[in-house]
Ligand binder design. Structure first.
Ligand SMILES: NC(=O)c1ccc[n+]([C@@H]2O[C@H](COP(=O)([O-])OP(=O)(O)OC[C@H]3O[C@@H](n4cnc5c(N)ncnc54)[C@H](OP(=O)(O)O)[C@@H]3O)[C@@H](O)[C@H]2O)c1
Length: 263
């Protein structure tokens, strides 16, 4: 199936590894010119030939610099994938292990800066170009946005805000040709789940069980009916389909192996 994306341009935040890297690769395979942002460039991203912009997207300056440099490089932006997230292991661990009375303002602020304000700021900066080109925005959220009672609390609440933000963009700019879509992964086999030094790896070591045993415990607890993590490539397929020409606007596309049980 031709996704009719050849010749388009895209910005992917958090494009150096995990889901973002898979999106970069798939967009390029569809003939899209891509700018990818992250703090560091990985050998895997370098190999794709995509232009890397090194920025800290938890800052307002990082968001502005990314869109300035992407616009200069690409001439304009058709596709924006706000994918940046997770951050450093200590960040995600703090919000998972501490309760509401113990989690400090600084942690909430950092989590919102990375997961919510980055998308708000990058989208706002890209909107003039997106409007000109009738472009599309995908916000990569999480099923945590709908499981806000569970940890990591700051992360889940920031993702709920991101889902709401997608709706705002869809409502305000849909009539002018810009679509906005949320893609919500459940567990995906990226560093947070697979690296020995990632959140799950460290927790397993602390609990004195194997990494795989802890992954299995989490997956059983979450009730994933497919019984497995999604792959970054599976998420990329849904994201790239979402940005191809179609009439989806404001929706939340869930890719979670059956974790969410509500209709
Ligand atoms: N993996 C999952 O199970 C899962 C589940 C639900 C939702 N998600 C969501 O999916 C998205 C991608 O997750 P992932 O698992 O693919 O993450 P990942 O493998 O940890 O990749 C995160 C990307 O974001 C970049 N990044 C992190 N902090 C940054 C900062 N301050 N400034 C700029 N770039 C930064 C990283 O590069 P640098 O570190 O070099 O900056 C990397 O490119 C996130 O929004 C996450 O919340 C993931």
């Amino acid at each position: 199936m031709d996704l009719e994306l050849a010749g388009k341009t895209a910005v992917v935040t958090g494009g150096s590894k995990g889901i973002g890297l898979a999106v970069v690769r798939l967009l390029q395979a569809e003939g899209v010119r891509v700018v990818a942002a992250s703090r560091r460039e990985t050998p895997e991203l370098k190999e794709t030939g995509a232009t890397h912009v090194p920025v800290d997207l938890s800052t307002a300056e990082g968001a502005t610099e990314l869109i300035e440099r992407a616009t200069a490089e690409l001439g304009g932006i058709d596709i924006l994938v706000n994918n940046v997230g997770i951050g450093d292991t200590d960040d995600i661990a703090r919000g998972s292990l501490l309760g509401l009375l113990d989690l400090p303002d600084s942690a909430w602020q950092h989590t919102f800066d990375l997961h919510f304000y980055s998308a708000l700021r990058v989208t706002r900066a890209a909107l003039p170009s997106l409007l000109e080109r009738r472009g599309t925005v995908v916000n990569v959220s999480s099923i945590g946005a709908r499981l806000t009672g569970a940890g990591p609390i700051d992360y889940n609440v920031s993702k709920a805000a991101l889902n709401a933000f997608t709706k705002v963009v869809a409502e305000q700019f849909g009539p002018r040709g810009v679509r906005a879509i949320t893609v919500s992964p459940g567990p995906v086999s990226t560093g947070v789940w697979t690296d020995p030094d990632g959140f799950i790896g460290r927790l397993a070591a602390e609990q004195g069980i194997t990494h795989q045993e802890l992954v299995d415990q989490f997956m059983a607890g979450l009730g994933a009916t497919t019984g497995r993590l999604s792959t970054p490539e599976e998420l990329a397929r849904v994201i790239v389909f979402a940005v191809s020409p179609n009439n989806i606007n404001g929706a939340d596309l869930v890719v979670d192996g059956g974790v969410l049980k509500t209709t």
